[in-house]
Design a protein around this ligand. Sequence first.
Ligand SMILES: [Mn+2]
Length: 333
Amino acid sequence: MNLRSLNSADNVLILGHHNADPDAICSMIAFKEIYQNLHPDAVINMACDDISKLSTHVLDIFAPDETILSEISGQYDLVVLLDTNSLSQLGSLVENLALNPENTLIIDHHEESEEAANIASTRWIQSDISSTCEMMVTLYVDSEVSISPRVANLLLTGILFDTRRFFYAGVTTFDSTCKLIDAGAKYKKCVQSLIVRPERSERIARLKAASRLTVYTIDEWIIVTSKIGAYEASACRGIIDLGADVAIVGGRPSQNKVRISSRSTSHFSRSTGINLGLDVMAPLGELIGGQGGGHQNAAGANGVKNRSEALKQAVELIRQKLQEGTSENQTVP
Ligand SMILES: [Mn+2]
């Protein structure tokens, strides 16, 4: 895509999805810079409903002077959606957004949504690319604008984040990375910008959770429970890193509150088909006097009572599911 062939706009708004990750934030700044380069008089704003903690860290390191708005008002003659192509991903920004498809541009690497064609008449959506930041590199090349060292660092950081440091990389990932390093990106600094050490209180919580483990072995699986005051989700991730297949941690954020968090490895959920949200946390809701739910590998429940019972019950639910799975397998001819 060549930006030079686009009509010039005086008032530009660049949008990223809610809880904007480094891929979204870094491509937004890269787009701002290339557009400003081509149209020095344009007024360009960037906005997101909110920004992830990690993105804030990346911004502090590479672009501390950039302002990302969390509210929008007024009229724009070009609206650019980056790293998303659906309105629901914009969060509360949608409320004050009057979109004219003729003046809207989408650049994204997620699957194209059904509404995308109604949102923007100009779209570049390519779901086989690993990150929006890679698409930004192509945009600079096609538009014949050179990449500044600052933008090179931002784009490489966005790529590292979305590809999980090249785990989900494609050919364009490496091609873009070489171009960015040529343009002045510092690989080591980009990698380090994505590492944020948890707060001291969170690290203590993880360590306490690890000192109070109950380990269950069911068939080949290692299911682990623990109790902690807060940071249950972080404690679960820590316990998975230690070697559990499933971690279930009960928190008590205040006297009359119980919060259960759970995580499983993708190997566990793929092999057993157990969905922590549907099969474990949803049924626990009643026992703790609240509600539960979530995803396949990450789920939780909030309530008011029975924390210890809930942890035991969670393990029982998993044991039952595993047994059902085994008997089902045996009946298959
Ligand atoms: Mn992305």
